[in-house]
Write a protein that binds this ligand. Structure first.
Ligand code: FAD
Ligand code: SF4
Length: 439
């Protein structure tokens, strides 16, 4: 049972979507930072894809040096604040903290990181001095975490960078995808504004790069091109009834929720299909919108791709989950009225339906969290190689099969976390710099 009523005001929305990692005050940050053992060869650092010197910034917080702490964070990760709030720290830095071995609560690294980075963003503290222009131009396609991280690093090295972004706002899925109870939109946007003030890159919004003419123009006018275009829309499942009203894709639903939280359309009885982290997010979000939620996953709980803590979160807000259940038809006259399901079983790694196990589950809204498509149409227009799963092929410097192109983030890794996109955008920027210097 959902514990929530559908929010009708911003205040009610904020209450239902209260931050799960709220900002610390100075006392809490002091206390928490005092617990750190400042380990040598610290495992938390090794677990961070951007390699932030975690014991150093925790020590700096502990000695009331918030500017130094923020410098430590931002010199490794340009999305220090966003990552502090949205990173799955439970399986990254905090999951690696030595306290876990002693059955003691790990250090709340993410919240400490947000504590220091908020100070820098809100006080507009300046850490970086971009070099003057070296006369070379780089086009970045996509203003998500990968594209913006790449642009920051390149502008530090004196490149003139222009980002082409198809949407009206920056930050990609960090803004349009991450759950509102992890980070508020305003925090994501403020961090990008902060970066834009300190680095000289330009962003051109509502400027989707798609036509062969635009692509040839970029190839002609820019020395290098970085692709940070992420993934595409939710994949079709080819289930009969998928075209009915109120049957929507998870990423499209979440984007609407993030942009128009009070006008979002949802049913009273929501079925979510999927077993990944996006399925958990959308189930939790639907429950917080006051709906009764049932998650259907075709495999067992142990086989879910979602992190355990994400599953615990949906259970804590009253969403129900049924495993080993596949949807074979979505039923309804015009709009979704029910789903026809079959129980499944895994035999030698293959999924089989159990004869005679069919049942019908009434629902008035269905959200498919069954994965996102890849941007292979665009890659074809650019003549770039990708693997059989649609991931761009790159070398260790994130350079694509055509040397003028580099890429990073979800379009290369197939869909990971914000922190991976940040790390890859930065490595690619260094790759671009090395490649252009040799030419
Ligand atoms: C629902 C959901 C929830 C998530 N929650 C979390 C979370 O809690 N924590 C976490 O760490 N990660 C989370 N992720 C993953 C994370 O958001 C992504 O891994 C990360 O944003 C990838 O960054 P990116 O820059 O590669 O791509 P994106 O963030 O997707 O950015 C790509 C950008 O490119 C633009 N673009 C695309 N094509 C074009 C084009 N042709 N021309 C111009 N612009 C274009 C897009 O509009 C977009 O702004 C979530 C993902 C989803 C789907
Ligand atoms: S592993 Fe834990 S205790 Fe050790 S430095 Fe990292 S946060 Fe501090």
């Amino acid at each position: 049972m959902s514990d929530f009523q559908k929010p009708t005001s911003s205040e009610e929305f904020k209450k239902n979507f209260a931050q799960i990692k709220p900002l610390m005050d100075a006392n809490m940050a002091y206390y928490e930072s005092s617990r750190c053992l400042f380990c040598y060869d610290a495992p938390c650092v090794k677990a961070c894809p951007t390699g932030i010197d975690i014991p150093l910034f925790i020590k700096q917080i502990n000695t009331n040096n918030l500017i130094g702490a923020a410098r430590t964070i931002y010199s490794s990760n340009y999305f220090g604040h966003t990552c502090g709030k949205v990173c799955p720290t439970e399986v990254l830095c905090e999951g690696a903290c030595v306290y876990n071995d002693q059955n003691v609560k790990p250090i709340e690294i993410g919240r400490l990181q947000s504590h220091a980075s908020t100070f820098a963003v809100q006080n507009n503290i300046h850490f970086f001095s971009p070099q003057s222009s070296n006369g070379r131009k780089v086009a970045v396609i996509g203003a998500g975490p990968a594209g913006i991280s790449c642009a920051c690093e390149l502008s530090l090295k004196g490149y003139d960078v222009v980002i082409f972004e198809s949407k009206a706002k920056p930050s990609g899925l960090a803004l349009h995808g991450t759950a509102p109870y992890k980070i508020e939109n305003q925090e994501v946007l403020e961090e990008v504004e902060y970066l834009k003030r300190h680095f000289s890159f330009q962003v051109i919004y509502e400027s989707k790069i798609n036509s062969p003419e635009e692509i040839r123009r970029l190839e002609r006018d820019y020395d290098a091109i970085f692709l940070g275009v992420g993934l595409g829309s939710t994949r079709a499942t080819k289930t009969p009834g998928e075209d009915l009203e109120n049957c929507v894709g998870a990423t499209e639903f979440i984007e609407q929720l993030k942009l128009n939280p009070l006008d979002i359309e949802i049913g009273k009885n929501v079925v979510v299909i999927g077993g990944g982290n996006t399925a958990m997010d959308v189930a939790s979000e639907s429950a917080r919108l006051g709906s009764e939620v049932t998650l259907l996953y075709r495999r067992s709980k142990a086989e879910m791709g979602a992190y355990d803590f994400e599953y615990e979160l949906i259970r804590s807000v009253g969403a129900n989950a049924i495993f080993n259940t596949g949807v074979i038809e979505i039923e309804g006259e015009q709009s979704v009225e029910s789903v026809k399901c079959m129980k499944t079983v895994s035999k030698n790694g293959k999924l089989e339906t159990v004869p005679g196990s069919g049942f019908t589950l009434p629902c008035d809204f269905l959200i498919k969290a069954t994965g996102q498509s890849k941007q292979t149409d665009l890659f074809d227009k650019m003549n770039l190689d990708y693997d059989n799963r649609g991931k761009l092929k790159v070398n260790e410097y994130f350079q694509c099969s055509r040397p003028q192109y580099f890429a990073g983030g979800d379009c290369v890794n197939g869909g990971a976390e914000v922190v991976n996109a940040c790390a890859e955008g930065k490595i690619a920027a260094r790759g671009i710099d090395n490649w252009l210097k040799k030419r």
